[in-house]
Design a protein around this ligand. Structure first.
Ligand SMILES: [Zn+2]
Length: 256
């Protein structure tokens, strides 16, 4: 237990870290709860004191204040666009990766800092597209969350479900990528729920999926399996065809 109020910059770092761990976004209450679980031992009695106005713990109040500052700095999606869900922007992710690489105030909680996050770079964003990027991420989060939830965070290829202290973890992979030049749509029919390994293989084209949902793994030569599809989440075959065509030149040379 420390004394004195936790500095604002530490609250910022903690918030960046927990949002990254939660895949880039979380409702207000969830983010605060996670911060408390992860960094609670570092909070001081002063942090826990209630504010005079509504007796909310001071560190909650000061984290909300920090959230606004981060929004103004472009690290978080503006609250009016994200409807109470605190959501990292591309700049927010960059800041997170920078802090993680320098280990700033991350290794202090009960868990290790997160590894490569749910965020998979889709390509270069040009500065002139920054505003569009923010909106795209907001949409993407809702679709991604839906797909992951409906599969109960189990990989559609191998069925693995990763349990973590923050709950189950899976990644949402766009089949036809969103960015240029692919311009895929951000709809559930263009998204797969994958474990991190299969997400990587899929994005590199080392995993391709045929019309009848047979999965070919060109990286390990593992015997083909079938992609799990459920009635609540149908995959549009045209995006699988696009993915196969796009990677037709890259997948084969690595096949052993
Ligand atoms: Zn998998």
């Amino acid at each position: 237990m420390t004394s004195g109020l936790t500095p604002q910059h530490a609250l910022r770092t903690w918030l960046l870290n927990v949002l990254a761990e939660l895949g880039g976004s979380a409702p207000t209450g969830h983010a605060l709860k996670r911060m408390e679980r992860r960094y609670g031992t570092l909070l001081s009695p002063e942090d826990h004191e209630g504010t005079e106005r509504d007796n909310e713990p001071k560190w909650h109040n000061r984290t909300r204040f920090e959230r606004k500052r981060m929004e103004r700095s472009g690290l978080l999606v503006p609250a009016r666009e994200s409807r109470g869900v605190w959501t990292l922007t591309e700049a927010g992710w960059d800041q997170f990766h920078l802090l993680r690489d320098t280990n700033a105030e991350f290794g202090t909680g009960a868990e290790d800092p997160p590894g490569p996050s749910a965020h998979t770079p889709k390509g270069d964003e040009t500065p002139s597209r920054a505003e569009q990027t923010t909106q795209r991420i907001v949409r993407s989060t809702a679709v991604a969350d839906y797909v992951k939830r409906v599969h109960d965070y189990s990989c559609q290829v191998c069925g693995i479900r990763l349990a973590t202290p923050a709950g189950a973890y899976a990644e949402a992979a766009h089949i036809r990528a969103l960015g240029r030049p692919h311009d895929g749509p951000d709809i559930p029919a263009n998204v797969l729920c994958l474990c991190p390994n299969h997400h990587v293989l899929f994005d590199f084209g080392m995993l391709t999926i045929s019309e009848d949902l047979t999965v070919a793994d060109h990286s390990s030569g593992a015997s083909p399996c079938r992609l799990r599809e459920i009635p609540e989440h149908r995959i549009d075959r045209q995006y699988l065809a696009y993915h196969r065509a796009h990677h037709s030149g890259t997948a084969r040379p690595f096949t052993s």
